[in-house]
Design a protein around this ligand. Structure first.
Ligand code: 2P0
Length: 325
């Protein structure tokens, strides 16, 4: 069997930062995101025996035309082991992935990457998963991938293995402008940074209690279609996450002076009557939430800070093709 699937990145409006259970990839809190309609990852999984033979057989992974042999291959193999366990199969596979996130755009490719892999692999191995179970499966690859299964505006529930999945929620039409101010590699990956934050930041317990409350506030704001409230919560929650991370020891600081300048510029846009709200993930780049009619004005206003890319609200992950190979 061979199956091809596509998935898009998502940006959290209420952030996921910290696991309650690393083995099962259960988050310490819920989170809420908006899926993007740019930068898809397209992945094909073919049950062709992978590479090598007999006891040497292993999965093969090609990313953007390059054969991958390092830790990323191990992560893909471990993920496929979970799929094989669910499918009762020991077939090795070849994974060919095309990821269109520009290098250094500051958007995690693990969300679209593992959402596309989960969707393609479950189809190739003949699993007929519900959207909920597909989201639970993607969670085991990367936490943020959980939310790239439903796409759109989605909530990822904290909970146990059965209860921790993402699902779409009603929300007003929204858009985002990605401001890439630094294309360099991040100083520390989010997985390790989460561990250090939990172990050493005195603010972490307050992050967990406050974010649990914030998820509820965000769900209310989305249900009410209250864009202003959604934006206020988004910007506040991002700054709380960065404050919590900065409280780690040794400290981790993802925002640089130019990131802060974009937050300031977004505040000035609001003061001038253009409603926009800033957020940032585990890196210096800033993503600006706005209403669809304002996206090109926001992009124009922020173009002096770096490359700007506009996005609408994106679709769910989906299988493009599935057939006998
Ligand atoms: C988020 N981030 O909610 C947060 C905000 C970054 C900052 O999810 O260890 O790659 O694979 O579960 O999903 C990035 O972390 O981490 C992330 P793992 P992931 O989008």
């Amino acid at each position: 069997m061979t199956a091809t699937a596509v998935a898009h990145p998502n940006i959290a409006l209420v952030k996921y930062w910290g696991k309650a259970d690393a083995q099962l990839a259960l988050p310490a809190t819920g989170s809420v995101s908006m899926g993007l309609d740019v930068f898809p990852t397209t992945t094909t999984v073919t049950l062709d025996g992978g590479s090598g033979a007999g006891a040497e057989a292993r999965d093969a992974f090609t990313l953007n035309g390059h054969v991958v042999e390092d830790g990323a291959l191990v992560r893909v193999q471990q993920f496929l082991d979970l799929v094989r366990e669910l499918a009762g199969s020991d077939a090795r596979a070849s994974v060919v992935s095309e990821n269109t996130v520009p290098t250094g755009a500051g958007l995690a490719s693990s969300a679209s990457g593992f959402a596309a892999l989960a969707t393609a692999a479950s189809a190739a191995y003949g699993l007929d998963l519900s959207a909920r179970d597909l989201s639970r499966l993607a969670r085991r690859g990367s936490g943020s991938a959980t939310r790239s299964i439903p796409g759109g505006v989605a909530v990822w529930h904290a909970g146990d293995d059965q209860g921790s999945f993402a699902e779409p929620i009603p929300a007003p039409p929204m858009a985002m402008v990605v401001v890439t101010i630094d294309a360099g590699p991040k100083p520390i990956g989010s997985r390790e940074a989460m561990r250090r934050t939990i172990a050493t930041s005195p603010f972490y317990p307050a992050w967990v209690t406050s974010t649990t409350e914030t998820v509820g506030d965000m769900l209310d704001a989305c249900a009410a279609g209250d864009f202003t409230r959604i934006g206020e919560i988004t910007e506040s929650n991002a700054l709380r996450m960065h404050a919590t991370i900065e409280g780690a020891f040794p400290p981790i600081r993802y925002l640089n002076a130019r990131s802060v300048a974009v937050f300031d510029a977004v505040g000035e846009l609001r003061a001038a009557g253009l409603e926009a709200y800033a957020t940032a993930d585990a890196g210096p780049n800033v993503v600006v939430l706005c209403q669809p009619a304002d996206r090109s004005a926001v992009a124009t206003a922020l173009a002096s800070f770096g490359d700007v890319i506009e996005s609408g609200t994106g679709p769910a992950a989906r299988v493009l093709r599935s057939e006998e190979s």
